[in-house]
Design a protein around this ligand. Structure first.
Ligand code: ATP
Length: 289
C-alpha cells in the first residue's frame, strides 16, 4: 500500500472534571469524551526519499516539525526503523485550538495510518501507549466513541453509547490556549471550582436518558474560559433560548456545543449566528459510536 486516506473525528466533552494535579504538573482528569461527525481529511502517501512533509489548507497550524501529525509519523519511523518518507495532505474542518481535540485526532489518525501503510500490526493498546507521548487526548482519539477518560487521559473505559441526539456546534472567532486555561484554573481558589457529577453522568448514559444526561453535564474549565470571554456565556444563553436541552463549552473551549432532541430546532438555533463576524463556524453534528 502506498497511500491511505483517513478521517480524523472531533470530540466534545460531555463531562470534564479535574480531580488532581501530579508532581510533574499534569492535571488528573475525569472526563466523558464523545466523538462527533465533524472530521478533517488526511492523506498519507509513502515516498522513497526519507522526508516527512505536510501540505495543509489551514494557515493557523504549523507546516513544520512542530505539527503534531509530523511528530506522530516521525515517532513511528524512529520506533520501527522506517526509512521511507511520507507526504501528508491535511484538510482542516475541525476548529483549531477550539477544545475539540483536532490536533490529537489528526495525530491519532496518523498513527493508525502508519500502522496500516507499513503493516506494523500494532494493537490498540500499543498505539495508545505511543499516542500518549504526543498528547494526553491522543489515546482517546485512537479509540473514539463514548469513553470515560482518567489519569491524564490515558486510562480509558468504554461506556454505553450516549443517547441519540443532535449537537449544534458554535465556534467563536477566537481561540484559546489549553495550557493557559489550565494555568488559570490552578490559580482559582477552592470555592470557585466546580466539580461535575461524572459518576451520575455515566449512570444517565447507561440508562439512555438524554434529559438526565443533560442535567449532569458539566465542565470544570468552563467558568475559567468564560471569565475572560463572556461571549461564550452569551452563545450558551442564545442556544438554550432556542430550545437546546443543554449548552456547554467543550474542553478548554471556546467551542460551545448544545444538545437538541430535534434536528430542525438545532439547525434553526445555529442560523441565529449566520453572517455574524464574531462566529467562525457553526454546524449540526451527530454523536458517533
Ligand atoms: P484540545 O481539545 O485537545 O485541547 P484543541 O482543539 O483546543 O485541543 P488543537 O486544534 O488540537 O486544539 O490545536 C492546539 C495547538 O496545536 C494549536 O496551537 C495548533 O497550532 C497546534 N497544532 C499542531 N498541529 C496541529 C494539527 N495537525 N491540527 C491542529 N492543530 C495543530
Amino acid at each position: 500500500m502506498v497511500r491511505i486516506v483517513l478521517e480524523p473525528f472531533a470530540k466534545v466533552n460531555l463531562g470534564l472534571d479535574i480531580v488532581g494535579r501530579r508532581d510533574d504538573g499534569y492535571h488528573e482528569v475525569k472526563m466523558i469524551m464523545q466523538s462527533v461527525d465533524l472530521k478533517d481529511c488526511m492523506t498519507l502517501t509513502v515516498t522513497d526519499e526519507d522526508i516527512v512533509a505536510i501540505m495543509t489548507d489551514s494557515k493557523d497550524i504549523p507546516a513544520d516539525d512542530s505539527n503534531i501529525v509530523i511528530k506522530a509519523i516521525k515517532l513511528l519511523k524512529q520506533e520501527y526503523g522506517i526509512k521511507k518518507g511520507i507526504n501528508v495532505e491535511l484538510k482542516k474542518n475541525i476548529p483549531i485550538a477550539g477544545g475539540m481535540a483536532g490536533g490529537s485526532a489528526d495525530a491519532a489518525a496518523a498513527l493508525r495510518g502508519m500502522n496500516e501503510l507499513f503493516n506494523l500490526k500494532l494493537d490498540d493498546k500499543k498505539l495508545c501507549e505511543l499516542g500518549v507521548k504526543l498528547g494526553a487526548d491522543v489515546p482517546y482519539c485512537i479509540m473514539g466513541g463514548t469513553m470515560l477518560s482518567e489519569g491524564i487521559g490515558e486510562v480509558l473505559t468504554p461506556l454505553k453509547s450516549a443517547p441519540d441526539c443532535y449537537a449544534a456546534i458554535v465556534k467563536p472567532a477566537f481561540s484559546v490556549s489549553t495550557k493557559k486555561v489550565y494555568e488559570a484554573y490552578d490559580s482559582l481558589s477552592g470555592d470557585r471550582i466546580i466539580h461535575p457529577d461524572i459518576d451520575g453522568l455515566i449512570d444517565a448514559i447507561n440508562e439512555g436518558d438524554l434529559y438526565k444526561m443533560c442535567t449532569r453535564m458539566g465542565n470544570s474549565l468552563e467558568s475559567v474560559t468564560e471569565k475572560d470571554h463572556p461571549y461564550i456565556t452569551e452563545i450558551k444563553r442564545i442556544l438554550e433560548e432556542k430550545g437546546a436541552v443543554k449548552a456547554m463549552m467543550s474542553g478548554s473551549g471556546p467551542t460551545v456545543f448544545a444538545i437538541f432532541d430535534d434536528k430542525d430546532k438545532a439547525n434553526s438555533a445555529i442560523s441565529v449566528f449566520d453572517n455574524n463576524e464574531r462566529i467562525e463556524m457553526t454546524t449540526v453534528v451527530k454523536f458517533l459510536n
